[in-house]
Design a protein around this ligand. Structure first.
Ligand code: NOJ
Length: 529
């Protein structure tokens, strides 16, 4: 809101402009401070994230074997909005020095990146270890540490080895042994320096896109069955990889191992929508794997078990479509994480489905939930992405209450646009979500890290290069693929330096309203005296 006030003093006319920061009801992308500290606590860490296939390029360099994404992009160019591939992407495999310069400029405390399984173990198993691929990650880790940037490493970020097709990938429980072998190799090779590990990135996205929507490898359509088996194998492979670390490496390496979930928060669509709808949606999305790992039972959410068991009986099946977790597995799974990684981008409205227009079997049919969006939420370039910072705050409080205030690392949060350097939309989003984190901290939530996604513009899966999430623009058409700083990167650096949410123009956010009020008092006094 802007007021212009003219005052007269000794025949001079003074013009005062008052700007109040107000909350607009529509299309807003902001959140207010709700009291408490305005400075992020000491030890709270700020970082940025990427993943191997999205930035590295060098798809067949130095003995790397193809991942399922290499073959998918090569064989199905038509599946990608701009017919592109990640063959070259930002060429980080060849240009880590440029990445490091940009990371240093940002002043981040940590960098989240992922390791490409087929670059280090091209034959899937440890029989052949690819020295050049390993050398690349050693270089990345060493140079980060030399510059005081902590590596946060994801083991598996969607880029499944193509070789796994032969074994039916995540539909076959042999994936558990393969994954544990890979994790063991990573701990043994890099664990002397990497102290923060994420086993899987976004199991729900991976299994939904790979086993329901069939637009991610392995391109299978198996709703309500393969979908659930994939999630189950993700869960067990995570838990066994965690146990391997604790049994064999923890006493020496003293690191932490967690898993990253993609998650939304949910609001009731109508006043009469039952509260149960919100709880169900949270259980089906986050609770699905969070409940077995962080909950009390070491098992799937009871609501999912009863829905899916009952439906399976009705469908005439002799057992449940939801795999059974027996006591032995419960012991392995329960407590198998040192922190919870959360990727938060957006929220949704929920209501209970009154009829069932859905495919049977499917998660929509089992969960009885209908999702929708608010037309007033501000939308990013990506169709799925809306600015709802209060959703992040609520989510963090829900996790605090439900899972004994487990340590939370926000492993992704970000905004997409066309790639412009004056990216004020990204600044609004970043600022509002940092405020959500600070509000949650002020409410006792144990959030310790915030990762902006993404460090660089990169290959956004089936959207190719049409949606940009980066703090740095990558000039794809130039020989050197320069990393060009965007306004949002400068803004984030100011936040990191100040450890406070600063106004977009660089001032302290909490000062700007204060100054407006002081100024208005001055002008009003001036007027009446
Ligand atoms: C989450 C995924 O982990 C990441 O790979 C992707 O680029 C972002 N979402 C944005 O869609």
């Amino acid at each position: 809101m802007k007021y212009i006030i003219y005052t007269k003093y000794n025949n001079y006319i003074f013009k005062s402009v008052l700007i109040f920061h107000t909350t607009v009801a529509e299309n807003k992308c902001e959140l207010t401070h709700k009291g408490g500290i305005t400075r992020f606590p000491d030890g709270f860490a700020f970082g940025v994230g990427t993943s191997a296939y999205q930035i590295e390029g060098g798809w067949n360099a130095d003995d790397k074997a193809p991942s399922a994404w290499d073959n998918y992009t090569h064989r199905h160019r038509e599946a990608f909005l701009d017919w592109s591939t990640g063959d070259n992407a930002a060429e980080s495999y060849y240009r880590f020095e440029q990445d490091l310069e940009a990371l240093k400029k940002l002043k981040v405390n940590f960098y989240r990146f992922s390791i490409s399984w087929t670059r280090v173990l091209p034959q899937l198993t440890t029989e052949f270890k690819n020295a050049k691929g390993i050398a690349y990650y050693n270089k990345v880790i060493d140079q980060l540490l030399a510059n005081n940037i902590t590596p946060l490493v994801t083991m598996f970020h969607f880029d499944m080895p193509d070789e796994l097709y032969k074994y039916n990938a995540f539909l076959n429980s042999s994936i558990i042994d393969y994954f544990v072998m890979y994790a063991d190799f990573l701990y043994a090779t890099f664990g002397d320096r990497v102290k923060l590990w994420i086993t899987h990135n976004e199991p729900l996205q991976f299994c939904t896109k790979g086993y329901v929507e069939a637009n991610f490898p392995p391109l299978v359509h198996s709703p309500g069955v393969g979908h659930y088996i994939c999630m189950d194998n993700m869960l067990r492979s995570h838990a066994r990889a965690y146990r391997r670390y604790k049994e064999k490496y923890f006493s020496k390496q003293k690191g932490k191992v967690g898993i990253t979930f993609d998650v939304r928060f949910f609001f009731k669509k109508y006043r009469e929508t039952p509260d149960e709808a919100v709880e169900r949606a949270l259980q089906y999305e986050l609770g699905w794997l969070a409940e077995p790992i962080y909950g009390k039972t070491g098992n799937y959410p009871s609501i999912m078990k009863s829905d899916i068991d009952n439906n399976s009986w009705k469908e005439g099946l002799s057992g449940s479509r939801l795999p059974i977790i027996n006591n032995e597995w419960s012991q392995i799974i329960k407590g198998s994480a040192d922190f919870m990684g959360l990727n938060y981008y957006q929220s949704a409205y929920v209501d209970m489905a009154t009829n069932r227009p859905h495919e049977v079997p499917s998660i929509e049919y089992d969960s009885k939930i209908i999702f929708s969006r608010d037309e007033y939420w501000r939308r990013a370039k990506s169709g799925f992405l809306y600015c709802v910072p209060e959703g992040l705050e609520n989510l963090l409080k829900w996790v605090r209450d439900r899972y004994d205030n487990v340590e939370v690392i926000i492993t992704e949060n970000g905004w997409s646009d066309d790639g412009q350097l004056d990216d004020s939309g990204r600044i609004d989003y970043l600022k509002a979500h940092l405020q959500a984190v600070l509000n949650a901290i002020n409410d006792g939530c144990n959030v310790t890290h915030y990762t902006y996604w993404s460090f660089l513009d990169n290959f956004e899966w089936i959207m190719g290069y049409t949606e940009k999430f980066g703090l740095f623009y990558v000039n794809m058409s130039s020989v050197n693929k320069e990393r060009v700083i965007k306004d949002s990167a400068k803004y984030y650096t100011k936040v990191i330096k100040n450890r406070r949410i600063v106004a977009s123009n660089g001032g302290q956010q909490y000062c700007s309203n204060f100054v407006s009020v002081l100024l208005s008092v001055f002008v009003i006094l001036n007027f009446y005296l």
